[in-house]
Design a protein. Structure first.
Length: 127
């Protein structure tokens, strides 16, 4: 009879530890120990759950602050079109000077009359 009491006490040791320590998941320990305590893994797992700390004083909080460099001041639009911004203090971009005749688009090469796009010669102004 004493052996039976010893075996039952040994079997329910995880449940006894959970109740004595007021484990946060005491119900889970008792159910796991009751149904899977006969397997070695279930008994060890329920004992580990019963013996773990409640996590009250061991919680650690870490605050991380990132230091970013200051952002440049920007002014809206300054002649750059939609959505562009100019950095304060920067000079607007100046287009390079064009060489004479660079913007002129010739209509012919001087040797043959220019086409009007339909395979016919464009009328030339008389003069």
């Amino acid at each position: 009879m004493l052996a039976l009491i010893f075996i039952v006490t040994l079997y329910f040791t995880p449940s006894i530890v959970a109740v004595a320590r007021k484990a946060p998941d005491m119900g889970s320990v008792i159910v796991l120990n009751l149904f899977l305590g006969w397997t070695f893994i279930g008994w060890v797992l329920s004992l580990a759950m019963a013996a773990r700390s409640s996590g009250g004083a061991a919680a650690i909080s870490v605050n991380v602050q990132q230091q970013l460099p200051p952002q440049p001041q920007v002014q809206p639009g300054y002649g750059y079109g939609y959505g562009y911004q100019q950095v304060a203090g920067a000079q607007p971009y100046q287009l390079p000077a064009q060489r004479p005749g660079a913007g002129h688009i010739p209509t012919g090469n001087g040797h043959a009359p220019a086409s009007n796009g339909h395979g016919q010669a464009a009328p030339q102004s008389g003069g």
